[in-house]
Design a protein around this ligand. Sequence first.
Ligand code: AMP
Ligand code: ZN
Ligand code: FE
Ligand code: FE
Length: 291
Amino acid sequence: MDFDPPACVDLHIHTSASDGTFSPTEILDLASHIQLGAIAITDHDTLDGSRAALTAGIPQRMGFITGVEISAERPALFPGKGSCHILGYRVNLDDRNLNQTLARLQNARKDRNPRILERLQSFGFDLTMDDIQQAAGPKGQLGRPHFAQVMLNKGYVPTFSAAFDDYLATGKPAYVDKYRVECSRAIELIRAAGGIPVLAHPALLGTPGRRLEDSVVLALKEMGLIGIEAYYTEHTPAQREHYLELARKHGLLVTGGSDFHGKFKPRTKLGRGRGNLQVPIDLYHALNSHA
Ligand code: AMP
Ligand code: ZN
Ligand code: FE
Ligand code: FE
C-alpha cells in the first residue's frame, strides 16, 4: 500500500506558555490529528513551550524543531512602523545567553502588566492581577490578549478585538510599552545558540505597501538573518510572492506558519490559517538541514 506522507507543516505556533490558549501537549495532539508533517512551537520570548513539547514526547512521524519568537526593536532606519519579531529555530534550549535575554524580556512583561492593569482600573474596570493570571493559566506568562479576554468575559468590551482597538493596541489609552531586544542582538543570540534567525510576518513590519526594500533585506542579512517567513496567515498571495522573490534574490531560507493562538485568534486555524495556508514540508527539511 502506498503511504502518502503529510505534505504540510506549521512553523509558527503559540501555546499557553505565552499567549496561546492550547497547552503544548494539546498542540501536539491537534497537529497529529490534522496530520501535519512537522511543527515548531514559537512562543513569545520563552522556550518553555518547546521544552514542554519535547518533554511530553513528539508523536511518531511528526517532525519537530525548537522555536521562539523574540520581541525585537524595529531598526530605526526601517521606514514605517510595526512590530519586528524574530523567530529563532533549532536553538539550543540550554543556551545561557539566550535564556538570560529571554528572562529579561519576561521580567519586562512582569513590570508592564501592573501598569496596564492600573490604566484599565483608572477607566473604572474592576479587574485584578489574579483575574488576568487565571486567564493565562498557572504556567503562562501574561500578554495583552489575557487582559482582552478578561475584559470581554466581564462584559466591559463587546468583542476581544474591541479591547485592543479601544484600549490595548499601540497608542491606545491602556497601552504600555515594554523593553525589546535590539533586532541585531536577537539575530546574534539565536545564531550563537546554534539556531536559525528568521524575520517573522514581514507584512507586519509595517513598511510602505507592506513591501520590503532590498536595502531593508540587506541590512537584516548584514545582521545575520538567515530566513524570512513568506507563508503566513495574513499575507495575501501577492505579498507571499514578493517575499519569496526577495528570498530567492538574497539567498534567504523561506519558512511559514499560521501564528495559531487558539481562541485568542479564533479565525486562524492550526496549519491552515484562514483556510488556504499551505506551508510545504520542504521548508521544514531545508530548515532542518541548514548547516
Ligand atoms: P504582547 O505580547 O502583550 O505585546 O501582546 C502581543 C499579542 O497581542 C500579539 O501576539 C497578538 O496575539 C495580540 N495582538 C496584538 N495586537 C492585536 C490587535 N490589534 N487585535 C488583537 N490581538 C492583538
Ligand atoms: Zn501572541
Ligand atoms: Fe509576531
Ligand atoms: Fe506569533
